[in-house]
Write a protein that binds this ligand. Structure first.
Ligand code: AMP
Ligand code: ZN
Length: 464
């Protein structure tokens, strides 16, 4: 299997450290609002990675963290705590906010058919592990303490910024006036933030440095170490994480553990809406609920994401989503063919399946994988498959589902009554009794089927 590695900026042969076992750490949601479609794009891309690795014969241990503390409005160390901000707005505690939006996230996983990660640890359940790692960093001389907390001194880390290929000297020279004048370097980041002296926070803990809460990045370093070990096989996130969050995770983990943090870095490109960045102020901050409110199946959104390459930025429009819904419908009609294998033909469906798999294992090339299927599908526009072709299509759909999770193969045959109606209509057509045939078409439609009369055969497909 081949996979792009952000660290090398190249597609590489993927070889895990331990035979068939793959340790995968994926940055999860900050549970302070409903996840938006951009977040879901990244989570669907993780799922494609897990499914493809699993199909390639690997046993994937995926950790996806739930960020329920420490993520500030600015991805640096400035601004309000996101959890606290929503808590104030909704007049609830940060704990209640975290609980609510964590369950919204779990529900979304189901609606989008995302394989639940093997482990979804919460940052607030791992405060001790985070404190322990900060202590190690402190002992090794990577930290310093200023008025508002304990910081990581990036100048002590010789290869700081290697993932993002940051030009530190250029940045240092051009740096704006720092938000926090006590910071030694503009890139330094908080490991432990102290609670304001005059204020009690909903979420705060005792620590050797005083009462406060962990910085955003340390949770991932601490939980990756606890659950997956010091060196993991793959670390994933959205591309926004490259310059700050993942850069800082690497600095912490490699400084504390003394070994390479992750062999591969997997990043999902951003989705924009109507060609602009998603933001609440622009009112283009769409969620699964917004999609459902337009009577569109959330699985159409999965289709929209799946048909694009994960490393290519995409643009969300409602028209594009409608088109994806149509494409999914088309694939479902293809799935209906497996129950109608009475035609004649010898198309090599198995070769198509092999080509599909090859594209998927080549850095998850979903657009190419789907194109070979679309080409095959076109061959059945006007005819029914033979029983051999139907059985091979069934196998292909099963394989596609394993990789893409579009639930194409989960159909059962139509019931006897519907079959009887189709047969009666066929007879009426042979007798050129068009009136009866039209009447039966209406009856068939009432059974949730539509019929397409081609020169060789009548092909049915499900309408719902
Ligand atoms: P957050 O809830 O902000 O911590 O983000 C959760 C995940 O969604 C992270 O991996 C982000 O990189 C990713 N993400 C955020 N916005 C977008 C977007 N517009 N498109 C794709 N991924 C995104
Ligand atoms: Zn992370």
């Amino acid at each position: 299997m081949k996979l792009f590695n952000t660290m090398s900026r190249q597609v590489e042969d993927f070889v895990p450290q331990n035979g068939k076992k793959v340790s995968l750490y994926t940055c999860g949601p900050t549970v302070y609002l409903d996840p938006h479609i951009g977040n879901w794009k990244t989570f669907i891309n993780y799922d494609l990675l897990v499914r493809t690795l699993t199909q390639a014969g690997y046993e994937v241990d995926q950790v996806l963290n739930i960020t329920d503390v420490g993520h500030l409005v600015g991805d640096g160390d400035d601004g309000e705590d996101k959890m606290a901000k929503t808590a104030t707005e909704q007049r609830k505690t940060a704990w209640e906010i975290a609980e609510h939006y964590t369950s919204v996230f779990y529900e979304g996983l189901k609606q989008l058919n995302i394989t639940p990660p093997s482990n979804m640890p919460k940052a607030t359940d791992h405060i001790q592990e985070q404190i322990d790692m900060i202590k190690v960093l402190e002992e090794k001389g990577f930290t310093y303490t200023i008025d508002d907390g304990v910081y990581f001194d990036t100048s002590k880390c010789s290869d700081y910024g290697k993932l993002a290929r940051l030009d530190l000297e250029g940045q240092q020279a051009g740096a704006r006036v720092q938000e926090n004048a006590q910071k030694r370097n503009p890139q330094d980041f908080a490991l432990w933030k102290l609670s304001p002296k005059d204020q009690k926070r909903d979420m705060e803990w005792d620590s050797p440095w005083g009462t406060g809460f962990p910085g955003w990045h340390i949770e991932c370093s601490a939980m990756a170490l606890k659950y997956l070990g010091a060196t993991i096989d793959i670390h994933g996130g959205g591309i926004d994480h490259i310059p700050i969050h993942h850069t800082n995770e690497i600095a912490q983990s490699e400084s504390a553990n003394g070994v390479e943090f992750s062999k591969f870095w997997f990043h999902s490109a951003f989705i924009d809406v109507d060609s602009t960045k998603m933001s609440k102020s622009l009112d283009n901050f769409y969620t699964i609920e917004d999609i459902k409110a337009k009577n569109i199946d959330p699985m159409a959104f999965r289709m929209l994401v799946v048909q694009a390459h994960y490393r290519k930025g995409s643009n969300f429009t409602w028209e594009a989503l409608e088109a994806a819904a149509q494409r999914l419908k088309h694939l479902r009609a293809f799935a209906d063919l497996v129950w109608q294998g009475s035609g004649e033909g010898q198309v090599d469906v198995k070769a198509v399946e092999q080509s599909f798999v090859k594209h998927m294992q080549n850095d998850l090339n979903t657009p190419a994988a789907l194109e070979v299927v679309s080409n095959l599908l076109n061959q059945f526009a006007n005819r029914l498959p033979s029983s051999q072709e139907a059985s091979d299509i069934r196998a292909l759909l099963g394989t596609m589902d394993e990789y893409l999770g579009l639930k194409l193969s989960e159909t059962t045959d139509i019931d006897e009554f519907a079959k009887q109606l189709l047969l009666e209509r066929e007879n009426a057509r042979q007798e050129k009794n068009w009136e009866e045939s039209d009447r039966l078409r209406v009856e068939i439609e009432k059974q949730g089927l539509s019929v397409n009369d081609t020169p060789k055969a009548t092909i049915w497909s499900r309408t719902s």
